[in-house]
Design a protein around this ligand. Sequence first.
Ligand code: ZN
Length: 326
Amino acid sequence: MSWSLTAQERAEAIKAAHPLSSIVGQHVDLKRCGQELRGCCPFHSDRTPSFYVNDEKGQYHCFGCGAGGDVIKFVSEYNNMTFNEACESLEGNQRVILAKIDQSPRFSANVDLARKIWDEAGPIKDTPADEYLKRRLIFMRLLCDQENLRFARLPFDGSSELHPALVAAVRDVHGTIIGIQRTYLTEDGDKLCPDAKRSLGQVKGGAIRLSAGEEKGDFSTLYITEGAEDGLSILLVERDAPVWVTAGAGMMKHVELPASCSTVRIVADNDEAGYRAATQLGAQLVKSGVRVELSRLHEDFKDYNEYLGYFWEQEYARQFGKELGE
Ligand code: ZN
């Protein structure tokens, strides 16, 4: 490649020589989907394929995290290279060497963005997030301050329109914020769509920490579950230990726990993915000497939040019965 080319000519030559799918396909399992190819996004934890590659346009786009660009951008982002390094790597036709996902700093831009969103987010009280939780019978006023939940208005999947969102901080085992999880909502406090959760930053290994107030800082007994709504429901029912929430079932087995943690109560969703995640984590923890209690919900409840509805009914009946008896 001649250096007398302008930067743009150089980029065009590189793009012409490297169809996007030939590079992306080395790292992502791509399947044909109409005019495009589709796979799981390498830039965020993607459970359903939301990463699209269009060879004709030479562009990729992720509907999950908004990542997008051409072959040079992909190589530079994937390997945390500058534009120039990415060009040189493609020109040299070297096989691009990848850092291991966990060690790669390529998430750092997303982590910074996640922290910025977190810093600018505000309290939940009297917002659509408050309403959303109330509709799930999670009454925040009954809980101690949940310092890891906030509210913000954010763009959804690359659109410029802002939507209300419940924002949860995802922290690593040392307590440092490494990402966020957003639940997108309508103004009325409904979910914006059935699949309304989006992670940003590096959520693998981390957890959303829900506090049980006076037990704060004591992690000897920990509840672990896979959704913030379930975590808050556990706090309302149990009230005796901190609850750590992983960003989805797939992240459960990766969660890193403090060394002081001696007992873990895993509360699984009542479905196959939930059980698999819980038993995988349980097996790992047992091996490392942690006492594990796997809690299985009655088949009537698909998750702990559904159980909370039943719990309130019982509480209400008890209260009501007591008043009648007096
Ligand atoms: Zn993505």
